[in-house]
Design a protein around this ligand. Structure first.
Ligand SMILES: Nc1ncnc2c1ncn2[C@@H]1O[C@H](COP(=O)(O)OP(=O)(O)OP(=O)(O)O)[C@@H](O)[C@H]1O
Length: 313
């Protein structure tokens, strides 16, 4: 279990992590999501004792990382920009790690097999693709057979088979009762991998909830509507609080109004409706809603490209 209490990290004037408290439970995959620069890597680095908190504490199984006698057996971490000697082979890199942590050689063979590194194990790491580097990082994280896994963007650079492999690995480790904390930018992947979500924006926790609660719990209802007269319906339901997307001819998505209000507005104007379907939020939709005001680096819409969403104000 990972427990953070009032955890903060400042770099000069920049507050990267701002007084966050959370618990990452064993037996589950917990996804860690947030826009670029939100504080995910800094939080993970503090969990692993690589950055010192400015305030607050974070423990793994009741102790700060540095206070564990055999940390590699306790916590396995894949963090960005892991330093690996480029002239070393993958096998020798793992052997050096194992030797300094009292891990037997047979475990090296096991993790090489587990991560599909076999054919590349005797090659120099300097020539590795990003995906092979990720597999080596995951092999290193698994080396001590730890109870807690912290994986920062583990699927970066992996091919579809590799992405699926990470998903099955994470789910398998959690099923064994381990704590699995994993960050990713791939929403669709996170939606099928994680049981629980922690969303961070500008250093603060925006959501800490089971996956199905996050995807079900949008503040605004989202209804698919088919009608013979889309223009009349847009006029009937339009207001500053209602967002309307034109999906195809006679096919709309109305956000911010319950189905009954749409039906009543249509009935009072004798507009025929042929479909009225409440939508389940995708994780991506839920995430976009949660982080709408929290983006540190925002993309600009080119001025001459019409906005995708027509707001009827
Ligand atoms: N060593 C550092 N010195 C100064 N600022 C830093 C340092 N490390 C991180 N930051 C800043 O802290 C903030 C959080 O960075 P962090 O890398 O934790 O975000 P992230 O959520 O992992 O982002 P990404 O998704 O882009 O990897 C950013 O504004 C970043 O520029």
């Amino acid at each position: 279990m990972i427990e953070a209490q009032g955890l903060s990290k400042r770099f000069g004037a920049k507050t990267a992590v701002d007084n966050v408290s959370f618990t990452v439970q064993p037996g589950k995959v917990t996804g860690f999501l947030g826009p670029n620069g939100a504080g995910k890597s800094t939080t993970m680095r503090m969990i692993c004792g690589l950055d010192n908190p400015t305030a607050g504490t974070v423990t793994v199984n009741g102790r700060p990382y540095a206070r564990h006698k055999a940390p590699l057996h306790e916590v396995g971490a894949l963090l960005e920009a892991k330093a690996v000697h480029p002239k070393r082979t993958a096998y020798n890199h793992l052997r050096a790690l194992a030797a300094t942590h009292g891990i037997p050689a047979r475990r090296i063979t096991e993790v090489i097999e587990l991560t599909g590194l076999g054919p590349a194990a005797k090659k120099r790491v300097g020539g590795f693709s990003m995906g092979m580097g990720q597999r080596l990082g995951i092999a290193a994280a698994l080396l001590g057979d730890p109870q807690t896994l912290i994986l920062d963007e583990p699927v970066n650079g992996l091919d579809p088979e590799g992405v699926q492999w990470v998903r099955n690995l994470a789910r398998g480790l959690a099923a064994e009762g381990r704590t699995v904390f994993i960050s990713s930018h791939l929403m669709s992947e996170m939606a099928v991998t994680a049981d629980h979500l922690l969303v961070i924006g500008r250093g603060r926790i925006l959501a800490d909830a089971p996956m199905d609660e996050v995807t079900a719990g949008s503040a605004r209802e989202r209804i698919r509507v088919r009608t013979d007269d889309a223009e009349a319906l847009i006029t009937a339901v339009g207001s500053a609080d209602v967002e309307i997307r034109r999906l195809a001819a006679g096919h709309l998505e109305i956000i911010g109004l319950p189905a009954r209000s749409i039906a009543e507005a249509a009935l009072s104007r004798r507009i025929l409706i042929t479909e009225l379907t409440p939508q389940q939020l995708s994780l991506e939709d839920a995430y976009m809603e949660l982080t709408r005001d929290e983006l540190e680096y925002r993309s600009q819409q080119p001025a001459d490209v019409p906005a995708q969403e027509g707001r009827t104000a």
